[in-house]
Design a protein around this ligand. Structure first.
Ligand SMILES: [Fe+2]
Length: 155
């Protein structure tokens, strides 16, 4: 092998080694566990229905938003509290299973939406609302695993 061929072979070896390193790095990146964000864990946005509204199951009670009208302030805003879970059955809040949002509607007009973090907050929120003339309050609550649950009350 003359000097030129030796250099060609050496160059090819270097190129092969570099390509080999890159391939290993790509494999390593592909094989690395992908950290799931909270958004990735929200897997169910289906609207859920209570099978028998006269006799909801514990599972259904655990997901239904409960609307409670509290005091009215001097400016005419009424505190409306929403907690997810009824009959003392409280929905859990863990990193893999939690109420990720709660909305409140007054006569089908969106009043507010609260995005909730897993584990550090549970399915509860409140809005200060002008209720003059409002006939119905409706709340929707999203469980990341078990879908969107709705309940309403007459004002
Ligand atoms: Fe749930």
């Amino acid at each position: 092998m003359n000097r030129r061929n030796v250099l060609k072979v050496a160059g090819l070896s270097m190129a092969t080694a570099v390509v080999g390193l890159q391939a290993k790095e790509e494999v390593a990146v592909k094989e690395a566990p992908i950290a799931k964000t909270q958004a990735d864990k929200i897997v169910n946005r289906m609207e859920m229905k209570v099978e028998n509204p006269k006799k909801p199951t514990d599972f259904e009670l655990k997901h239904l938003p409960k609307i409670t009208i509290k005091e009215k302030d001097a400016k005419g805003y009424t505190m409306v509290e929403i907690t997810v879970g009824q009959n003392d059955i409280i929905h859990p809040s863990t990193m893999d299973h939690w109420i990720d949002y709660i909305e409140l509607y007054a006569d089908d007009k969106l009043i507010g939406k609260n995005i909730l973090e897993a584990e550090v907050s549970r399915g509860a929120t409140a809005f200060s609302v002008k209720l003059d003339g409002v006939k119905t309050l409706k709340s929707t609550a999203g469980c990341n695993l078990h879908g969107v649950w709705i309940d309403s009350i007459n004002v």
